[in-house]
Design a protein around this ligand. Structure first.
Ligand SMILES: C[S@@+](CC[C@H](N)C(=O)[O-])C[C@H]1O[C@@H](n2cnc3c(N)ncnc32)[C@H](O)[C@@H]1O
Length: 305
């Protein structure tokens, strides 16, 4: 629990489990996240191993965990591929990841070698990630490099600057200033899997804060959820059945594509593409059993001209 009384994000762990279970199994040739598994604790790898082996466990609780990871893998494969492609096409030297959770891009994307990466996240989630990175370093390095065992896992990007921010209360601009972000140079902003957890006012305030540090040549890649009655019913059912993973992190805002585009346009960001994850999954040939949640998840790219 952090000073603000909030625990580290459980949904961040779930999406990391989704990426770890899909690595080498889905979207092969386009999707890969070999680092994700290293950020998971031993108990969190059980469901990942079961999904990878396609062997659902017997117990009800274990089966619920398995199905959450399996369904999450379906969502994160097209989402990750679309976002990675967008980032590769927009390397600006400054990448700010808003609500980074257990994002692994700074540790796995060679295209970021000449970029500084700011990982912005809620303080509790960020501390949790840093603990995991410290634990992961010996896992990936092997046991023979004694002195290095307590260091964090080394990133591929030029730097990773951990920037703790609670979007509900903190000043994003001030935090980025303090962390050395240059508002006069182009920035690529990534906002993946976070918008639903913020209120409309928090989303607007965050867009305003990032737009104030966005010059020509910058871009925002944003993943958000569009409203869907069927998806809402499914989520309610999951909660009633007692899945604890998402219950502490309720969805607070859903956006129709037109409303998201209008909000971004108000702040000088023009949407150049906005696709749902079902379309992206079909294009990849990746699994798409959860058509409802795939259809309501979207990745939009907006540019500043
Ligand atoms: C589902 S996770 C997504 C993590 C990561 N972007 C990914 O896609 O793997 C949601 C993330 O949003 C962050 N988040 C939610 N509400 C937040 C807030 N008010 N301030 C800062 N971060 C927040 C959580 O800490 C968590 O890292």
């Amino acid at each position: 629990m952090s000073e603000s009384g909030r625990a580290a994000s459980r949904t961040a762990v779930l999406v990391c489990q989704g990426r770890a279970s899909a690595n080498g199994r889905a979207g092969v040739g386009q999707f890969a996240d070999p680092v994700a598994v290293a950020l998971l604790r031993v108990a969190e790898r059980t469901a990942v191993d079961e999904v990878r082996a396609n062997t659902p466990p017997k117990g009800w609780q274990e089966r619920t965990a398995y199905e959450s990871v399996r369904a999450c893998a379906e969502v994160v494969v097209p989402r990750t591929v679309a976002i990675d492609e967008a980032l590769r096409a927009r390397v600006t030297g400054q990448l700010v990841i808003l609500g980074a959770g257990l994002d692994t891009r700074a540790w796995r994307m060679p295209e970021l070698a000449q970029s500084d990466v700011w990982e912005v996240d809620h303080p509790a989630s960020q501390q949790d990630k840093r603990n995991r990175l410290a634990e992961a370093a010996p896992v990936l390095r092997g046991p023979d490099e004694g002195d290095l065992l307590t260091a964090e896992l080394p990133a591929i990007s030029r730097t990773v600057r951990f920037t703790p921010v609670d979007f509900a209360v903190d000043d994003l601009g001030a935090a980025l200033d303090a962390a050395g972000h240059d508002p006069a140079a182009p920035t690529t902003w990534l906002w993946e899997g976070v918008v639903p957890y913020l209120t409309r006012d928090e989303v607007r305030a965050t867009v305003a804060a990032l737009a104030a540090r966005t010059v020509t040549g910058s871009a925002l890649v944003v993943n958000y959820q569009a409203p869907s009655a069927r998806a809402a019913a499914g989520r309610l059912l999951t909660r009633v059945l007692g899945s604890s993973v998402t219950s502490g992190e309720p969805w607070r805002s859903l956006w129709r594509p037109q409303r998201m585009a209008a909000l971004l346009a108000e702040y000088g960001l023009r949407v150049v593409s906005d696709d749902n994850l079902l379309t992206l999954a079909h294009a990849l040939g990746s699994p798409a059993r959860g058509r409802t949640s795939l259809r309501s998840g979207r990745v939009a790219i907006a540019e500043s001209h």
